[in-house]
Design a protein around this ligand. Structure first.
Ligand code: 5GP
Length: 173
């Protein structure tokens, strides 16, 4: 089956928002030992752009999760596929997510990372689908709230494809 992709958020729209988020985060984390945690795979593009928009000497680590199969519905089960390389005790951790949908993934990750005693733990998500929330999660820095559409591009996939699209789009069959 082939899909057409229509643009929801253009490259320019995303770039402007990421720049603003970077400035806000820089102001909040100035003077702190900061770690950006990129939640793989979906946030790899956002995290790369966000890291370059934060004018601070920060560190970056990666955490792999899987909550979807090849379909578009959450399985509700969050699996850690790749863990952080270093301890995070006394570190100011900012989790970078591509999208908060049901909230199950981020709730699970917050619970997991809190047990490792970071100095602080906050969430930055590029996208949020408020109508899909199954659990309330704090999003300290948010790019865009979107409607309940399955989106791809800018790191987000459908069956592992479309991650390299430079914009965020909606699949139409
Ligand atoms: P949650 O646990 O909040 O339901 O889902 C979080 C994860 O589901 C995201 O990190 C992302 O990988 C995936 N996801 C949720 N909504 C979408 C969507 O619209 N498009 C894509 N490609 N992935 C999504």
């Amino acid at each position: 089956m082939t899909f057409a992709v229509s643009t929801l958020l253009s490259e320019e729209t995303i770039r402007d928002r990421v720049r603003a988020l970077g400035e806000q985060i820089r102001a909040d984390y100035e003077g702190k030992n900061m770690l950006l945690v990129c939640v793989l795979k979906g946030s790899f593009v956002f995290a790369a752009d966000l890291a370059r928009a934060i004018d601070l000497p920060l560190k970056i680590d990666f955490l792999g999760t899987r909550s979807y199969g090849d379909g578009t519905e959450s399985s509700g089960v969050v699996q850690i596929t790749y863990d952080l390389a270093r301890p995070i005790a006394d570190v100011h951790v900012l989790l970078v997510e591509d999208i908060v949908d049901s909230g199950l993934t981020i709730a699970h990750l917050l619970q997991l990372l809190r047990t490792r005693n970071p100095a602080s733990l906050k969430v930055c998500s590029l996208l949020h689908k408020p109508s899909r929330a199954k659990i309330e999660v704090p999003i300290d820095y948010l790019g865009f709230s979107i409607e309940d559409r399955f989106v791809v591009g800018y790191g987000l996939d459908h069956a592992e494809t479309y991650r390299n699209l430079p914009f965020i789009g909606v699949l139409s069959a």
